[in-house]
Structure formats: C-alpha cells, structure tokens
Design a protein around this ligand. Structure first.
Ligand SMILES: Cc1cc2nc3c(=O)[nH]c(=O)nc-3n(C[C@H](O)[C@H](O)[C@H](O)COP(=O)(O)OP(=O)(O)OC[C@H]3O[C@@H](n4cnc5c(N)ncnc54)[C@H](O)[C@@H]3O)c2cc1C
Length: 374
C-alpha cells in the first residue's frame, strides 16, 4: 500500500488526506498547530469544489453546513451590475464557515490519521522513499510527501528554493462573522466601490452575517482594524444608502475584526520532484478578489487522489499532476489579472463572472489528465 505524509491540516491538506485515503493510500497528516483550526471567517465554495467533495463522499455533509448564495455585485448607489451574458449558475456558490468545514473534513479523514503539534522541518528524498523530519524529533517514512502547508510553505522552501511569499502591494482585507443582532440585514450585498474598494455582507447558514471589506492600492494603514474597515466602507456605500455594511462593522468588537495583508506565491517553475508535491496555497496562494483559492486547491487534492490512487508509480503520477496544474494556474492568473485590472466596476463584474464561468464549466481535472498524457 502506498503511504503518504501530508503537511498541513488546512482545507487543502485535509481534502488531500481524504482523497488519498479514498484512493487506498495510507495517510498521516502533520499539522504544526495544537488543534484543527482555520484562520478566517466565511468561505465561498464553488460548484467545482462541491463536485470534488461529492466524489469523496462528503458533498451532502458540506452542503448541510453551508448556505447557497449568489455572487452578484452592486455599485455603491445600490444598482445591480448585471452580467446578462452569464447564467445564474455562474454566480452560485455555497457559503460555509471555515472552522466548521475543517472540523468536518478532519472527522472524514479520521482524527487518528492526524498528528497535531507536529511541524515539518525538512525532508530527504531517496530513490525508494522520502523521509520527513518533524519538529518533535521524530521522522515519518513515506512513498510521497505533499506540502499543503499554506502560503509560507516550508516544504516549498525546500522543493523550490527562492520563492518566498510576496506582498500584493497595497492589497488588504478586513472581515468578520458576527451575530446580526441589532442590524437589520434583509439581503446579501456585494459592492464594488471607488478607491479600489470592494466589500459587502452575506448571511450565513446559522443566522450570522459575514462582512468583508477589501482595498487594492490602499494608502498606509492608520487606526484600529475597525477604523480601517469603516474608512473603506465609506467608498462602498453612498451617503443616503441604507448603510448596513457600516452598521455591521460598527457592531463588531475590535477583536473579531480580521485583517490580512494579501500575500501571493510567485508562479513556480515546478511543483513536484519524484516524491514531493505541493498543493493549495503552498503552490499558488493568489489574490482573494476571485474568492477561489480554496476551491481550486480542493481540486488539486482531488487530482492527487486520482493520480496516486491509479498507479504505484509515484514519480509518473506527480509529473502528470504538474503537467496539468502549471498551465491551469497560468490561465487562472490571466483571468484573475483581468478582474483586478478592470477599468470600471461593470467590467470587474463581467470579468469576475467570466472567471467563475470558466472555473465551474472546465472539465474535471482527472479528465484533463488524458489530454496531458496523449
Ligand atoms: C481575505 C481572504 C478571503 C478568501 N476567500 C476565499 C473564498 O471565498 N473562497 C475560496 O475558495 N478561497 C478564498 N480565499 C483563499 C483561501 O483562504 C485559501 O486559498 C485556502 O485557505 C488555502 O488553504 P490551504 O489548506 O492551502 O492553506 P491554509 O489554510 O493556510 O492551511 C495550511 C495549514 O498548514 C499548517 N502549516 C503551516 N506550516 C506548517 C509546518 N511547517 N508544519 C506543519 N503544518 C504547517 C498551517 O498551520 C495550516 O493549518 C480567501 C483568502 C483570503 C486571504
């Protein structure tokens, strides 16, 4: 039986662990944190991620913790930025709470297959196996190592040296999930405003509200996180509008406001060696304006499961994985840049819908494998 070590029990590491186990591989996931947790708040999952979860047998469970939502943008005067060339299905996603999703996935993988408080240190690759050295002084031997250890991946640092995560200059995000008590939220709203700001609010499955504010090319930050978010909300809601976003931020305790300087992983010349592969943000942390990093990483996990499950030749499986993934992410980068550099909110909305249309209508990755092999 093939044995795999997966580094990182985030969304992608857990999904990789599940996919590999379903494919008949013996898996241990090593997570440096003392518990399964998820930084962040709400997470939008698109149809392609749900298709992978369906294949792995957890689709219904994931839907049960999510709220079906639609990604339509408005301008700051409240007008819909319509994209009539795209259908309603191109806008549909499922909003889940990150921590709940990770708990669900950890249960599906089997907690006994997850080593908490166990950080990755280094690996040594041999013709017959890979030895993975861990922070507690122990080592795991495996046929394959998957680095799903996120944006600052230590596995990537060894596999592809000289590729540290880089700041997406001036790009910041603020967000929180809060009870809607005291603020009337009759509908979801995503807004493309001025000064490079976008944001909005979405009701969650359990009656809370997820609000988010982002800015490209932000001026230097001053004040508390809440003040920073409030300042940007002024570019998202015209005076005279209902001001729900502002009210939600006002109602959020400072300690619940999450702030991120957005970080990117540069395009990598390779993702694999004969026995080591990267998946998820470790390979492709990208700007969250396309809200798809996790969704695409879940597909990485599904593909690794298919490839490693269908052969004992690890090196060949990983070479095929890389041959599918590198061109795919070059295309994602092009579509993402078109959204980011759209000259108007209307154009942003159109390019965004074009991206989600591409993402949910692309063929499942394991079918793309046949073309790569042909
Ligand atoms: C503001 C914002 C909003 C976003 N919204 C969306 C969205 O709506 N939809 C979407 O699809 N994507 C979204 N994304 C992107 C998404 O959050 C990421 O793509 C996704 O979380 C990546 O998952 P991952 O498992 O690859 O990495 P992570 O979630 O970062 O998990 C990595 C794990 O590895 C562990 N780890 C790190 N180093 C080590 C080590 N040395 N040893 C052991 N363990 C280690 C960490 O503790 C962590 O548990 C958003 C991102 C941001 C910043």
């Amino acid at each position: 039986m093939t044995r795999a070590v997966v580094i990182g029990a985030g969304i992608v590491g857990l999904t990789t662990g599940l996919a590999l186990r379903r494919a008949g591989t013996d898996v241990v996931i090593c997570e440096q944190a003392p518990e399964i947790r998820a930084a962040g708040a709400g997470l939008g999952l698109w149809a392609n991620a749900l298709a992978v979860f369906d294949e792995l047998g957890v689709g219904e469970q994931v839907r049960a913790i999510g709220k079906p939502s639609e990604m339509y943008f408005h301008d700051q005067a409240g007008r819909l930025l319509d994209t009539p060339e795209f259908g309603v299905e191109d806008h549909r996603y499922l909003l889940v709470h990150r921590a709940k999703l990770n708990e669900l996935l950890a249960d599906a993988v089997g907690r006994e297959n997850i080593r908490l408080d166990t950080g990755f240190r280094e690996y040594e690759e041999h013709a017959s196996h890979v030895e993975v050295r861990l922070s507690d002084g122990t080592a795991e031997e495996a046929d394959v190592l998957v680095g799903a250890d996120g944006t600052y991946s230590a596995v990537r640092a060894q596999l592809v040296p000289g590729t540290p995560a880089q700041e997406h200059a001036g790009h910041h995000a603020w967000r929180a999930v809060i009870p809607a008590a005291g603020v009337t939220v009759l509908r979801n709203r995503l807004i493309l405003g001025t000064n490079g700001c976008r944001g909005g609010y979405v009701r969650t499955h359990d009656g809370n509200v997820y609000w988010l504010v982002n800015q490209f090319q932000s001026p230097p930050l001053t004040g508390t996180r809440k003040q920073q978010a409030l300042e940007r909300a002024r570019h998202l809601e015209d005076a005279g509008e209902d001001g729900v976003l502002t009210d939600l931020i006002e109602a959020t305790p400072e300690e619940l406001v999450l702030h991120n300087q957005i970080m990117l992983v540069p395009p990598l010349p390779h993702w694999v060696s004969a026995r080591v592969a990267l998946a998820g943000d470790a390979a492709h942390a990208m700007s969250p304006h396309i809200t798809a990093g996790a969704t695409l990483g879940i597909e990485d996990a599904g593909l690794l499961g298919h490839l490693l499950g269908s052969t004992g030749d690890v090196a060949a499986a990983l070479a095929t994985y890389e041959a599918v993934e590198i061109p795919r992410y070059a295309h994602v980068a092009e579509l993402s840049a078109a959204v980011e550099h759209a000259p108007t909110p209307q154009e942003f909305a159109r390019h965004y819908a074009a991206f989600s249309h591409w993402m949910i209508t692309q063929q499942p990755l394991h079918l793309a494998v046949d073309q790569v092999r042909a």
